[in-house]
Every structure is written in structure tokens, then in C-alpha cells.
Design a protein around this ligand. Structure first.
Ligand code: ATP
Ligand code: MG
Length: 489
């Protein structure tokens, strides 16, 4: 039971039923008050002249001398004839001079307030006018009154309480009034019907909330496919939709975290692997040199030392590349864009690689627009990205091949393109070439030449400039990398 009242349904129902009860009780109270008022009004209106008529009958007894014994008998007689009334004789101060009371129904007030009596006699028909009931303290009832000369000296009143004890109590009222009874019955029926309808309605409403709670609970327990069925656009429906959205966000964040976690593990595995290979190679050669110090020829020594030097270079490149990538990832270095001529930068980078191209027997050329606009980007970063692309193009193009670096002045952007006639990239490798540590030629993994970070760095840089690197490639025919830079406004 305690549990029931703790539930939302229990609280709602209890408050609703309590409110209904308060409404019905106040309605009953108002009906009874109104009925009492109505009955008083009718009684008083019907008996307006009753006191005057009775005064007429009593007058002969009061003419000369006053015999209260006889007056009392007369009043008794009149009350027997008309049991609904109680008759009192009052003096001019309102003191009760004579009355008749059955044993056990004594009067408790010696005098009656004359103000309502005077109001009644003044012809004010603001009915009902209620006056004191001598048989009760603090109870007012409808009355009829008339002036009456008692003996020679007293200008008194005959004062008649109408209705007598008939409507004294609320239970008597309930017993006797058809209207009150019918109204109360109607109200109780309304109470029951409204109560049942309300409870059913609340049960229906809270059922949806219970359904939502159990869905949320199952979600919390790990069933991430759980979603709330939404059939309406009301507040409960909106709550359900909000939960569904939240659940979607949680699930996608979780997947992202899992993915990041996986990438992180892979990265650590790759980094340790890539560091281990050159270190092991260096260790091997150094040990050989130490052990065979005397027996090694000078040529052999130089060869081994060169290999060691290559390995340190690779380690240096690896650590440098990783450091650069991690700074770009963490946004420790943000692009600092400025307007500059992209053609000049391209020319500089091409010049820088000219010697390498010559050594590799590759023809490195550039095609630049004659009147270029300024682009708006971070010079240092773009130089790095472009260098990585040109470096790759020369590297993966066999002797006799060609590398073209082209700047196209398009309407909205400057397009930069590095195209080679090299070996090309297999279509199954294409989606992965921008991954860190990805090398197309698996046999080169761990060799002194390649870190597999060049394209990852270039892509990150272009992404930080809100751009995208595109690649097209055909095995044996060549590869083209392309990206756009915004103009300076
Ligand atoms: P590093 O740049 O440190 O020398 P890398 O060149 O192997 O190493 P990335 O520049 O990231 O690493 O390139 C990743 C892979 O993409 C390369 O190993 C290569 O297989 C392929 N690739 C990149 N550019 C070209 C290209 N122009 N032609 C053919 N393959 C390419
Ligand atoms: Mg490279």
C-alpha cells in the first residue's frame, strides 16, 4: 500500500479523489445551507400574519388583568393546534413573559433580541428575517411577530418561532428534504463515476510512463537497441523522443569511443613495432662492429655505419612525424592563415625537390597560372602538405617518369594538383593510404625509407583548413592528388 502511494499513479489518484471529495462535501454543505434558507423563507412568507391572527385570539385574555396561568394554557392549546410553531409573549425589552414548553424542552434564553422583531414589524420584507430561538443559544430561526398590549402597562409582543424543532439538525434536514436527498444522491453518483473515470484515465496515462521507465531501465542494463515507441506529440511523447535522441547520441558516442580506443591500440602497436625494427637493426650492426672490431674491413665498417645512420634518420623522421601529428590532432598547433601567392610557394617547393627528382631520373615540372589570386591559408602547413605529396610522387615514380605540379585558378578556389606517371595505387589500397603507418608496399614496412605518416599529416593539414584531399589512381598509369585552397577576399 505504501508502495502504491509512492508511485506517481498512487499520488495522482489520491490527490484527485481527495479533491473530488472536497468538492462533493462543499457542494452538499452549500445545498443544505441553500435549502435551509429556502425553507425558512417559505415558512416565514406563509406565516407572515400568523402572529397577528394569534394576537387577535389572545387579546381578550390580556385586556384588563393578566392571568399568566390562563395565557399559558391558551398558548399550549394553540401549539397543540399548530405543532410547527412555538409561541412566546415578550415585554417591551424582549423579556419572555409567558410560553409553553413540554417537559425536557425548556427554554435557555430569558430574552429575545428585539432588533429582528422591529425589522419584521416595520414592514421590511427582506425575507427571511431570522430571530433568536429561546430554546437554543446562538441559533436563529424564522419567526412571525405582532405587537400586543399586555394588561395596561406593557406594550409587548407575541413572538412565534416557525418550524420549531423540525429543522434543528442537519440529519433531520437530510431525512426530510427530498431536494437535499436527491441532490446528495446525484453528487455521490457523480463522485463515483468521475472517480472511476479519473482512475482509468490516470492508469492509461501512467501506463505510458511505466512503459518508458522499463525501456530506460533495459537501456541502462546494456540493451542499447531499446527505444521508446512514440504515438503522440504531447509532453510524454516529447519526453520519449528526447530519450530516443539521447540514446542515439550515447550509442554513437560509445561507438566513436570504441573506435578511438581501437585506433589508439593499433597506433601504439604500430609505433612500438616501427620503433623496434630500426632499433633492433642498429643494435645488431653496433654489436657486430664491436665484436668484430679488428676483423672488419674499413668498407664493411663504413657500410654498417651508414645503415645505422639511415636507421637513426628513420627514427628521427618517425618521432618527428608522430609528434607533429599528435600536435595537429590535439589542435596544439592551429593554422595561422594569411594571404600569400600559392604559385610562388609551389615554385619554391618544386625547386626544393628538383635535385631529388634528377637523382631519381624523374621529370618534375610545374604549370602555374600567369595572374594568380592570393590564397588564404597557413603557409608553413601548406608547404608541408605539398612537400609530402611531391615527395611521394617522385618516390613512387620509376625512372623516366614525370611528375606535374599544377595550380588551377578556379572561380571560387585555387586547385592544387600533384600528378605522376608512377606505379599507381591498387583500388583496394586507396581507402587506407591516408591512415597513419599505412604503406602500400608491405615489404617496405620497417625499412629505412618509409614511415607511412606523410599522407596522414598532409590530410590532417588540409582538414584543418576545412578542405579535403582527393586521389585518383590507376595501377601502372599513375596517381593524382588534388586539394583546394580558398582565395583571400
Ligand atoms: P613516408 O611519407 O614517411 O616516406 P610513405 O610514403 O610510405 O612514408 P605516405 O606518404 O603516407 O607514407 O603514403 C602511404 C602509402 O601510399 C605509401 O606507402 C604508398 O604505398 C602509397 N602512395 C602514396 N603516394 C603515392 C603515389 N604518388 N603513387 C603510388 N603510391 C603512393
Ligand atoms: Mg610519403
Amino acid at each position: 500500500m505504501k508502495q502504491f502511494f509512492r508511485s506517481f499513479y498512487g499520488k495522482l489518484s489520491a490527490v484527485f479523489l481527495l479533491l473530488l471529495l472536497v468538492i462533493v462535501i462543499s457542494q452538499i454543505y452549500i445545498t443544505m445551507q441553500a435549502s435551509r434558507q429556502f425553507i425558512s423563507e417559505v415558512d416565514q412568507k406563509l406565516n407572515l400574519d400568523l402572529a397577528a391572527d394569534m394576537a387577535y385570539e389572545l387579546r381578550p385574555l390580556l385586556k384588563d388583568s393578566v392571568d399568566f396561568q390562563r395565557i399559558g394554557e391558551r398558548i399550549h392549546y394553540m401549539m397543540v393546534m399548530n405543532p410547527k410553531v412555538e409561541i412566546y409573549l415578550l415585554d417591551e425589552q424582549g423579556e419572555i413573559l409567558s410560553f409553553y414548553a413540554e417537559p425536557g424542552k425548556e427554554i435557555v434564553q430569558e430574552r429575545v433580541d428585539l432588533k429582528p422583531v422591529e425589522k419584521f414589524l416595520s414592514g421590511n420584507r427582506d425575507i427571511p428575517i431570522l430571530g433568536d430561538d429561546p430554546r437554543h443559544r446562538n441559533r436563529q430561526k424564522p419567526f412571525s411577530a405582532a405587537e400586543l398590549q399586555i394588561g395596561k402597562d406593557i406594550d409587548g409582543y407575541i413572538y412565534i418561532i416557525i418550524g420549531g424543532e423540525q429543522y434543528d439538525s442537519a440529519t433531520a434536514m437530510l431525512r426530510n428534504s427530498y431536494i437535499v436527498q436527491t441532490t446528495i444522491k446525484g453528487l455521490i453518483i457523480t463522485l463515483v463515476i468521475a472517480g472511476i473515470a479519473g482512475l482509468i484515465l490516470f492508469a492509461f496515462l501512467t501506463k505510458r510512463l511505466r512503459g518508458m521507465t522499463s525501456t530506460v531501465q533495459r537501456f541502462r542494463e546494456g540493451d542499447y537497441d531499446q527505444r521508446i515507441d512514440i504515438n503522440s506529440e504531447d509532453e510524454v511523447g516529447q519526453l520519449g523522443a528526447a530519450f530516443n535522441q539521447m540514446a542515439d547520441t550515447i550509442v554513437s558516442n560509445m561507438e566513436e569511443l570504441q573506435q578511438t580506443d581501437k585506433l589508439c591500440r593499433e597506433l601504439i602497436a604500430n609505433v612500438s613495432h616501427d620503433l623496434r625494427s630500426p632499433l633492433a637493426s642498429m643494435q645488431g650492426y653496433l654489436e657486430t662492429i664491436l665484436m668484430k672490431e679488428t676483423s672488419l674491413s674499413d668498407e664493411e665498417k663504413t657500410k654498417y655505419l651508414k645503415i645505422i645512420l639511415n636507421n637513426t634518420e628513420l627514427l628521427n623522421n618517425l618521432v618527428h612525424g608522430l609528434f607533429e601529428l599528435s600536435k595537429l590532432d590535439a589542435r596544439q598547433i592551429e593554422p595561422e592563415p594569411e594571404p600569400f601567392p600559392i604559385t610562388e610557394l609551389t615554385q619554391d617547393v618544386v625547386m626544393k625537390f628538383q635535385q631529388k627528382a634528377n637523382e631519381a631520373g624523374v621529370n618534375l615540372v610545374s604549370h602555374l597560372p600567369s595572374n594568380p589570386k592570393l590564397v588564404y591559408a597557413d603557409i608553413g602547413m601548406i608547404e608541408r602538405a605539398l612537400s609530402n605529396l611531391i615527395d611521394n610522387a617522385i618516390h613512387y615514380t620509376p625512372e623516366g617518369g614525370k611528375v606535374e605540379v599544377v595550380v588551377n585558378s578556379k572561380e571560387d578556389v585555387a586547385e592544387i594538383q600533384v600528378a605522376d606517371t608512377g606505379q599507381g595505387i591498387a583500388s583496394e589500397d586507396l581507402p587506407y593510404i591516408f591512415d597513419r603507418f599505412y604503406r602500400g608496399d608491405k615489404s617496405r614496412t620497417g625499412t629505412t625509407e618509409s614511415t607511412g605518416l606523410g599522407l596522414a599529416i598532409a590530410q590532417k593539414i588540409i582538414e584543418l583548413h576545412e578542405g579535403k584531399i582527393e586521389v585518383e589512381s590507376e595501377i601502372g598509369a599513375g596517381t593524382t592528388f588534388r586539394f583546394d585552397l580558398p582565395y583571400h577576399e
